[in-house]
Design a protein around this ligand. Structure first.
Ligand code: HEM
Length: 502
């Protein structure tokens, strides 16, 4: 509000001067005009000058970000605004990093020439990601802590083994199908990760590996299915134009709201059932929801919000990452064979039958398994871009001072950091900010340990059971999507059966 007021101080005198100048130059045009017509003329002139000020003068000559190095080009008025929707997501930003010499910050124009900052150096990322204004997350942390995630590992393992069983049954059971089969691994990973998060976070087995008629799953599919209407809705909402979403054809907004309301209703009912089950039973549940209920710190409505967030944030992200893990292994058969050997050496089928074996530590201790997963997370982050808006006046690595009078701007972090060194636990990175897949500090993804646990179990089981190659090696799958990315058109691989671990 205040910055708009300060900006008006520039424009109103200019409008006034322009108006008076016109009056003196061509008084004949003003004779006989009513006072309301004069006011309307003034408003019209002011609006035109205001638009010129906002779109051209402010970003180019006043905005404090103008001094930062910027890429050349971009479209008139929209600059690089559409870069956010480019495929692969983040590729323009990566190009800026490569092309524009900088000291840690790069500026690029977005919609209506609004200046955005791309954080490039570890120092800049650290400054922006170091603080967090609210502490809601603190109350969630224990449910995602080391011990809680460790308890979930047997579940991750069981579901991964079930995935292999279902794939075998579907792809190879019929002897006519032979020993090789082509399948979309993304189709399977979507199912198995939904089943994992269902049991681990909600204590509910959707069992989509065997069936897909769960009402909650169907409602999520209705919301997340990326139709052009939903894309339009997302773009409008991203630019605070939610009031326009109701004009999108096909009643997209109405259907979206209906599906969201249905989801909330189902989750609330599910929560009530779970609470009554827990109060009538002595058995201890390991799922995240049970732990949140036990803490007794959340209102029911907050718990429903959390349930919806867990499924949305934790399902497609992990499922797509697993598809990219498989992609890398298919493209690097040598690493795939070494990984299979590592699994055969260290993971004994009998160990897994034995309750005393700590699956979580066993898998965490396998260097190649973890290296492959970390490298896939680094090279194909499923949340490649995140936006931040400063809530109050701030500085950035001594290069910028931003006061309240300045236009709001977005900060953007990219999770696509070159260069590749060797696949180990850090991906060869020399600082924490070289891998931004889960962000950092107080903004880190709360489900990082959860996701890595799932990925270890899935990769170990699938690699041990199948030899993997790309089904159509000449096609390179593209990471596409709006908020999270997934391989466009699926991840088609050719599988050959080898002897499974268990
Ligand atoms: C490979 C898988 C995953 C990736 C790449 C990923 C990435 C991210 C990123 C980048 C953020 C920060 C977004 C932002 O602040 O703008 C985030 C937040 C979050 N993630 Fe994940 N995530 C993954 C898996 C999961 C899983 C499995 C869960 C839950 C079981 C989960 C739950 C959450 C939640 C609740 C938040 C919000 C946390 C907060 O606001 O403090 N994520 N994730």
């Amino acid at each position: 509000m205040r910055s708009a007021f300060v900006n008006q101080l520039f424009v109103v005198p200019v409008t006034l001067a322009g108006y008076l100048g016109c009056y003196h130059a061509r008084p004949e045009y003003f004779h006989g005009l009513s006072s309301s017509a004069c006011v309307w003329n003034f408003i019209l002139l002011h609006s035109i000058l205001w638009a010129i000020f906002i779109l051209e003068v402010y970003p180019r000559f006043i905005c404090p970000l103008r001094s930062l190095p910027a890429p050349k080009g971009g479209y008139p008025l929209v600059g690089y605004g559409f870069s956010r929707f480019r495929k692969p997501v983040g590729s323009d930003h990566l190009q800026f990093i490569r092309d524009v010499p900088n000291n840690g910050l790069i500026r690029y124009r977005g919609f209506w020439n609004q200046n955005n900052v791309l954080l490039v150096s570890a120092e800049a990322l650290a400054e922006v990601l170091v603080k967090r204004p609210y502490d809601f997350r603190k109350r969630l942390l224990p449910s995602f802590g080391f011990r809680s995630i460790k308890e979930l590992h047997p579940l991750f393992w069981r579901k991964s083994a079930k995935l292999v069983q279902c794939m075998e049954a579907d792809l190879f059971q019929n002897s006519e199908k032979g020993t090789e089969a082509i399948t979309d691994i993304n189709f399977w990973s979507t199912k198995v990760t939904l089943d994992m998060i269902g049991v681990a976070a909600l204590g509910r087995d959707f069992n989509t590996l065997e069936k897909s008629d769960d009402i909650l799953v169907q409602s999520y599919e209705e919301i997340l299915d990326p139709t052009p209407g939903k894309l339009a809705m997302f773009i409008l909402s991203s630019y605070q134009l939610t009031s326009l979403t109701r004009f999108i054809p096909g009643k997209v907004e109405k259907r979206f709201k209906l599906a969201t309301a249905t989801l909330r209703e189902i989750c609330m009912k599910f929560l009530q059932e779970k609470k009554s089950l827990m109060s009538n039973s002595q058995s201890i549940s390991t799922d995240v929801l049970a732990k949140l209920i036990e803490m007794n710190e959340f209102a029911d409505i907050e718990l429903v919000d959390q349930l919806l967030t867990f499924i949305a944030a934790g399902h497609e992200t992990t499922s797509s990452t697993f598809a990219w893990v498989i992609y890398h292994l298919a493209r690097h058969p040598d690493i795939q064979s070494r990984l299979r050997e590592e699994l055969r050496t260290y993971v004994k089928p009998n160990d897994l039958e034995n309750d005393t074996v700590d699956i979580s530590s066993l898998l965490e201790g396998l260097p190649l398994l973890n290296g492959v997963i970390n490298e896939s997370l680094r090279l194909f982050p499923t949340v490649p871009l995140t936006m931040r808006t400063p809530a109050k006046p701030t500085t950035l690595i001594g290069l910028l001072k931003l006061g309240v009078q300045h236009q709001k701007f977005s900060i953007l972090s990219v999770g696509l950091i070159p260069p590749q060194k060797k696949p180990n636990n850090t991906g060869g990175a020399d600082n924490n900010y070289s891998i931004m897949t889960f962000l950092h500090g107080p903004h880190t993804c709360i489900g990082q340990g959860f996701a890595k646990g799932e990925l270890r179990a899935l990769t170990a089981n699938v690699v041990a059971a199948f030899e993997i190659a790309m089904a159509y090696p000449e096609n390179n799958p593209i990471p596409a999507g709006l908020i999270t990315t997934k391989p466009e058109g699926g991840m088609w691989v050719k599988l050959k059966r080898v002897e499974a671990l268990n």
